[in-house]
Design a protein around this ligand. Structure first.
Ligand code: NCD
Length: 320
């Protein structure tokens, strides 16, 4: 695995949450919390990254993640370039590197990379000059570290803590980078009980999600949960193993108000979006009083500001 830290222990890249200590995760969450503003208030704006350039390189479609990385960089005073490389066949790592080297010559200091292929962010991180940082914005089904952080921040805000909670992650766990990063964050931050709840074909492999209870029955998995994290059915990552009929899936695994009553009365509902309403989640729940989905989106910008400020601080000549 590519090292994420510099020799002095400071964070240089963010490719995964696996291996980050509780102290490091909490420092990122605290820093992000300081960037959160209520809706209607002006968002924070600082010159912390003034003079630096951030490039968003996305070879998979994205709305929220791309826009929130862009806003985060701009609100820190950086210059931003966005490259959405929508190629018909998946871009190979080598062509990605050519693009990266070109941008490096144009003084790009931070690369934000989303790619469907596992290993691309690490390949770029291993190839760039020492002053350059790489942030993963979603790597295949492997990891999505800023999503894991914004999920942890949302839980901390809404529940006041993470330690001691019961969290049910529900749906297409097998293909979900969101679930993998949430697992790494929440396990390190001391969640009491982490459940993975999915039909058998969508449960993760036995060597993953260690320490999590596995459920193939939604109602059993929801019982007394403090947090219910729903996942999108990832049709684009599904092979024949799980040809799902959306109506049948909703009947067996869709989160309705009635089913949500099995969780704690003050349980919150999360979803990374985009949502398939009526497939994994009913609209009444997605838009209901227990939904924290819009908080997740708002927290995404704050988390990405915190990560950018953290990686750029020590190495790139920016002063904090
Ligand atoms: C997720 C992703 O792309 O991994 N979306 C996001 O970043 N908020 C989840 C998904 O696509 O299901």
């Amino acid at each position: 695995m590519t090292r994420q830290t510099r020799a002095d222990g400071s964070l240089r890249h963010l490719l995964t949450l696996e291996g980050l200590s509780r102290r490091e995760l909490e420092a990122l969450l605290d820093r992000a919390q300081a960037f959160v503003r209520p809706l209607g208030a002006r968002p924070p704006s600082t010159g912390l990254l003034a003079g630096l350039t951030v490039a968003n390189l996305f070879t998979e479609p994205s709305t929220r993640t791309r826009v929130s990385f862009e806003l985060a960089a701009k609100r820190l005073g950086a210059d931003v370039v966005n490259l959405e490389m929508q190629l018909s066949s998946r871009i190979k790592g080598e062509s990605m590197l050519d693009t990266v080297f070109t941008l490096e010559s144009l003084h790009v200091d931070v690369f934000v990379i989303r790619d469907a292929e596992a290993g691309v962010p690490a390949l770029v991180a291993a190839s760039v000059a020492p002053h350059v940082s790489v942030l993963s914005a979603g790597e295949g089904s492997v990891s999505h570290p800023t999503q894991g952080l914004l999920d942890a921040l949302t839980i901390r805000q809404r529940k006041g803590r993470i330690k001691g909670l019961a969290v049910a992650i529900v749906g297409d766990i097998r293909h979900s980078r969101v679930a993998r990063s949430a697992y790494h964050a929440l396990a390190t931050l001391g969640v009491a009980e982490l459940r993975v709840v999915a039909p058998p074909a969508l449960l993760p492999g036995d060597d993953e999600f260690r320490g999590c209870a596995r459920y193939t029955d939604l109602e059993a998995g929801l019982r007394d949960a403090d947090v219910v994290m729903m996942l999108r059915i990832q049709r684009e990552r599904m092979l024949d193993e799980a040809q799902l009929d959306p109506d049948a899936y909703f009947r067996a695994f869709g989160l309705t108000s009635e089913r949500l009553r099995l969780a704690k009365p003050d349980a919150i509902v999360m979803h990374p979006q985009p949502m398939n309403r009526g497939v994994e989640i009913a609209s009444e729940v997605a838009d209901g009083p227990q939904s924290a989905i819009r908080d997740q989106v708002r927290n995404g910008v704050a988390v990405r500001m915190a990560v950018l400020a953290t990686v750029a601080r020590a190495g790139n000549g920016a002063t904090a």
